[in-house]
Every structure is written in C-alpha cells, then in structure tokens.
Design a protein around this ligand. Structure first.
Ligand SMILES: Nc1ncnc2c1ncn2[C@@H]1O[C@H](COP(=O)(O)OP(=O)(O)O)[C@@H](O)[C@H]1O
Ligand SMILES: [Mg+2]
Length: 248
C-alpha cells in the first residue's frame, strides 16, 4: 500500500453481538474521486464510514487514511487525522442549542487560533457555498427545514477545509426538490472545494448524480464495484435487485 491513496481499506471485518456486518470490504480511494457506497437499510454503510473515521475499530483488516494505518491508533493520535476529514453525519446532527453561526464555527473555535473576524468571514463564505444567506446565521437548528439543516451540516464539515468529505445519507428524509439540491451541492463541492469524498446512501438518484466510482454493499461485501456504468451492467442478481429498488 503506497501513499497515493487518500483512503485504503483492506479486508475489513466487523461484527456486533455475533452478527457479522462486514465480511471483507476492500477499496482504494485516490485523490479527486467521489466514491459512493450503496446498500439497503442495515447493510453496514454507516459502520463503513465510522471505521474510516476511526470512530470504531475493525475486528480485522486495515484502514489507511492519508497513508497512515489508523485501526490501532489511540484517540489522541487519531485527532490530527480526523481534522483532515469532514464528516456529515446521518440526519445532520447539529448542536441544537447553538445557532447556525456557532454550529458552523464550532471546529474553527476548537481547533484553530483564527480571530473572531476571520471566523465570521469564513462562516459567511461557507454558508454561501452551501446556498444559505446571512439571514440564517442567528437561527437555531429547530427553526430550519430539513434541507437547510443538511446544508448547515455540510458547511460545518467543510469549515476545517478537509481533504476528504464523508457523507452519511445526505439526502435521507428530504423531499425530491431538496434531495436534488443536496445532490447538486455534493457534486459542486467536487469542483474546487473538496474533490475527494465517500458518500454512503441508499438513494440511487444521488449515487448516479455524484459517483465517479460506486460499490454496492450486500451481505457484508461489495457485490459490484466500478464506474456507475460498470455497476449498472453487473449481472449479479443481488445488484440487479438492488438497482430495481427491491432491496432498499
Ligand atoms: N454500535 C453498534 N452496536 C450494535 N450493533 C450495531 C452497532 N452499529 C451498527 N450495528 C448493526 O450493524 C448493522 C449495520 O448498521 P449500519 O451500518 O448502521 O447500517 P446502514 O447501512 O443502514 O447504515 C445493523 O444491523 C446495526 O444494527
Ligand atoms: Mg446508516
């Protein structure tokens, strides 16, 4: 394994309470590529992202991020690695008691020495990147629509200027208009903001809109992987059933 990949995952296995969720997942993500992992509910998509971010540890197998093995790093040693990744959690997961401004600025206050004026300018910039105007800055998450909350979650993950973005179901729970907006935003980030990403989703429309490479996670393994064209032309019956919408 060389240093040319942002993420390298090799033969990952993970069980919970005797239930084996991942049974040997492997992939390599070069810089500048958006990789979409699809799979039905409970397939292990969130588990994959949490393993990549070092939030949980594999039973066996390796995770290398930015060329460094992370599967046995201490919490402390993981922090500088995590600060290079932007994690957009399933359901946005904003801090309910903080305004939009403070949600987006959170990691800038925590992890940088930037002065208040610089942070304020960066927050404005991030909100405009995700298509939100200044008026939302003083609002609380509960005052926003689901689509807006999702965009704030993306702005917050972008604040640290990550080298790779990890998106967990960015369109889940959104109506078709907002889903399309978020898909367009994920694609737009690839043009100059953060061009490397792992997106996990059960949403085939999103996958088709943003994927350079994709994989379908079935029974703990990638049943198909490659370009969207390659995956769509897979003869695997499980893959075909998933793509027809029978296994989501
Ligand atoms: N911390 C945990 N403890 C026990 N079981 C878990 C845990 N995290 C995930 N699982 C189980 O692993 C499986 C995959 O979960 P998950 O990755 O969240 O699925 P999804 O593909 O819907 O994101 C599910 O059966 C879930 O119940
Ligand atoms: Mg999930």
């Amino acid at each position: 394994m060389g240093g040319t990949f942002v993420i390298e995952v090799n033969d990952l296995q993970k069980s919970f309470n005797g239930h084996q969720v991942l049974r040997g997942v492997s992939f390599r993500l070069p810089r500048g590529v958006r990789f979409v992992i699809m799979g039905g509910s409970g397939a292990g998509k969130t588990v994959c992202l949490r393993l990549i971010a070092g939030l949980i540890r594999p039973d066996s197998g390796q995770v290398r991020v930015f060329g460094k093995s992370i599967e046995r790093l201490s919490e402390e040693a993981l922090l500088p690695v995590r600060r290079r990744m932007g994690y957009v959690f399933q359901g946005a997961a904003l801090f309910d008691s903080l305004t939009v401004r403070d949600n987006v600025a959170y990691s800038l206050h925590e992890h940088t020495n930037l002065d208040a004026q610089t942070i304020a300018a960066r927050v404005r910039h991030l909100l405009s990147l995700v298509g939100l105007d200044e008026g939302v800055q003083d609002k609380l998450p509960a005052e926003l629509s689901g689509g807006m909350r999702k965009r704030v979650g993306i702005a917050r993950a972008l604040a640290i200027d990550p080298e790779v973005m990890l998106f967990d179901e960015p369109t889940a729970g959104l109506d078709p208009t907002n889903s399309k907006m978020v898909a367009d935003l994920v694609a737009k980030l690839g043009t100059g903001v953060c061009d490397t990403a792992v997106v996990v989703t059960h949403d085939i429309e999103l996958a088709n809109a943003v994927a350079d490479q994709m994989a379908i996670l079935i029974d703990g393994q990638f049943a198909a992987t490659g370009t969207p064209e390659e995956v769509h032309s897979s003869r695997d019956p499980g893959v075909q059933a998933f793509l027809r919408g029978e296994a989501r």
